[in-house]
Design a protein around this ligand. Structure first.
Ligand code: ARG
Length: 592
């Protein structure tokens, strides 16, 4: 479907041409004075120089051509030369009718691409903390948006499951349980199926080992050796590693499921271990990689650089691989196995320079094609009310589970409070379920409504509020519409085959105009990969709906056709809101 602004612009362009001016001057935009008009065109001002004429005169001549028009109801030329206009209700109504019948409400998908999105990026054996929250939330939304836009998208978690951290865990296990069969080099039988530790033990073992290695050189050397043995394939070490991964992944799956975050691939850094030597060889042979102070590096600086871009290090002087190495090998693996047109990475924006180096290196060494798009979306920090990175009350790193629990508790309190003020009973079990759904919306909307690259303040009170620019407010609006639609059906109303009728009041038209913006908004959100644009839109739409709702007695309206028309408008509003929140990665409960 064409965008409503384009349809209106077409009328304006025709009028400019009829009045003897360049049609291109007739571009229409949303009004920046909504109190005066709905749309505006500043073409007369732009034309004044070219035609040596006062802008107001041009505007007047153009306005005259539009006095009888099927799309525009009011067109006025105002000083110094603006064209202010309103559209006919019948035109918007027809537009919305077409929209309700169209696939994706008339949103036109761009050319389909194959993409891999790398998000989440947790490290095994370490609990998820708030730092991983943003990668999961934004990545999931971006994946859904890209899929909606018709792209073929694969989501990969890219686990941090290789390297020294694994050696540390193994070392600490050996110190605690030296008799474990895994450490017996002469053992040739099968290893036990069950892991010799639980997830809670694992989560305690890692920080303990990490702290020890920082103080104790010998301990660190042991961990490095364990890492080396693991990487060179020592059976017992590999078997232990398998247990660590299994226990950790089971826990991660549970945690991500609670966040409504899903991955298609659960690959990790370890998956590319075996292809690293081949990649390194090729980089040397191609003349890209050279030795510098013992390390192997690839130059990636460019003439146009305004900042220093250091070489990309491929191997350390002891021959060990780095974070870069696994990322480059992963790119190679993804290209070979999935042939993507585009790779999108989500991490903290402090990794901006890092990804710049990796991407340049991948292009230069021809791991990717000339036209493969490599995109890093660096996000800002989630801060506490003090403006510093979010911490627990005790000042520690906040575990994701605890954050979610706190939000849910606050949500239950608000749901109860709301029920009390409205004077109805609530079932506590149901309230708990609802709190989970609404709590998730509070967290996700609170995050996604900010442009990803910006830092934001996690404000429990504001995020969980039923009023204002919040997730719960959006859900509350949907629930309100659901309840009206259900009551309408109870009254014997038919929810199928409805037509949107003539608007009766200003708020109804505003709601209609807001709905009509959908496909233009979605096009921008998809093009710019910008979930915050969807948030801004549904906030405006929810506001437009609530104004209409407060001004209109919908269910008691006696004119059946009028009522059915409103109900159709509500149904469309609900569908649009639900589609949008699904793209943000949350859903609405039946009641709140
Ligand atoms: N595991 C890393 C971390 O916790 C994030 C991984 C991001 N993805 C990537 N391909 N480098 O910082």
């Amino acid at each position: 479907m064409q965008k409503i602004l384009d349809l209106i612009s077409e009328e304006m362009k025709k009028a400019f041409a009829e009045a003897g001016y360049d049609a291109e001057l007739g571009r229409v935009t949303l009004s920046n004075r909504p109190d005066l008009c709905e749309y505006q065109c500043n073409g007369a001002m732009a034309g004044a120089k070219k035609y040596h004429k006062a802008p107001l005169m041009i505007a007047q001549e153009v306005a005259e051509k539009l006095q009888e028009n099927a799309v525009l109801s009011e067109v006025c030329a105002v000083a110094p030369g603006f064209l202010n206009m309103k559209v006919k209700e019948s035109f918007v109504r027809d537009y919305l009718r077409e929209m309700s019948g169209a696939e994706k409400f008339g949103f036109q998908a761009p050319e389909s691409k194959k993409m891999i999105i790398d998000y989440g990026g947790p490290n095994v054996a370490k609990p998820l903390h708030v730092g991983h929250l943003r990668s999961g939330i934004i990545g999931e939304s971006i994946k859904r948006i890209c899929r909606y836009a018709g792209h073929e998208v694969i989501g990969d978690i890219h686990l941090g499951d290789w390297g020294l951290q694994m050696g540390l865990i193994i070392t600490e296990l050996q110190k605690r349980q030296p008799d474990l069969i895994y450490f017996d080099g002469s053992y040739e039988g099968e290893y036990p199926k069950d892991a010799p530790f639980t997830i809670s033990e694992l989560e305690e073992i890692y920080p303990t080992a990490s702290a020890k290695s920082k103080e104790d050189e010998a301990y660190k050397a042991d961990a490095m050796e364990a890492t080396y043995k693991l990487q060179s394939g020592v059976r017992g070490y590999r078997a232990l590693w398998d247990h660590i991964i299994a226990v950790s992944v089971a826990d991660l799956k549970k945690n991500y499921a609670n966040l409504n975050v899903e991955f298609d691939l659960w690959k990790g850094e370890s998956d590319v271990h075996d292809i690293i030597p081949g990649m390194v060889e090729a980089m040397k042979k191609g003349g890209y990689a050279y030795e510098s102070d013992g390390a192997l590096v690839v130059d990636v600086k460019e003439e146009t650089d305004t900042k220093e871009v250091p070489p990309c290090m491929i191997l350390k002087s002891d021959g060990a691989s780095l974070y870069n190495t696994t990322d480059l090998a992963t790119i190679m693996d993804r290209m070979e196995n999935f042939h993507p047109d585009k790779l999108i990475y989500l991490t903290d924006k402090r990794q901006d320079l890092y990804f710049e180096q990796v991407f340049r290196c991948a292009k230069k060494t021809k791991l990717v094609n000339e036209d493969t798009e490599l995109v890093h979306i660096g996000f800002g920090t989630m801060n506490g009310k003090d403006g510093k990175p979010f911490k627990t009350r005790e000042g520690g790193v906040m575990r994701l589970e605890n954050l979610i629990r706190e939000i849910n508790e606050e949500m239950i309190r608000k749901i109860r409070e709301n029920a009390e003020t409205k004077g109805y009973e609530i079932d506590m079990e149901q309230a708990g379920e609802t709190a989970k759904i609404v709590g998730l919306a509070a967290i996700k909307y609170g995050d996604l409504s900010n442009q990803a690259s910006k830092d934001y303040i996690f404000d429990m009170d504001r995020f969980t509020s039923f009023e204002g620019d919040t997730g719960p407010y959006i859900l509350y609006t949907i629930v309100r519409i659901k309840s009206i639609l259900a009551k309408y059906e109870e009254q014997g109303g038919d929810l199928t085959d409805m037509v949107i009728d003539e608007a009766v009041n200003g708020s109804e038209k505003s709601l209609m105009l807001e709905l009509a913006k959908y496909n233009a908004m979605m096009e921008t959100a998809c093009e710019e990969i910008a979930p915050h644009k969807i948030c801004a839109y549904i906030y405006d739409l929810a506001n437009a709906f609530n104004h209409f709702y407060h001004e209109t007695k919908i269910l008691t309206e006696e004119n059946g056709q009028k009522k059915a028309g409103w109900i159709a408008l509500l149904a469309l509003t609900k569908e649009v809101l639900e589609t949008c929140i699904d793209l943000l990665g949350f859903s609405a409960p039946e009641r709140m």
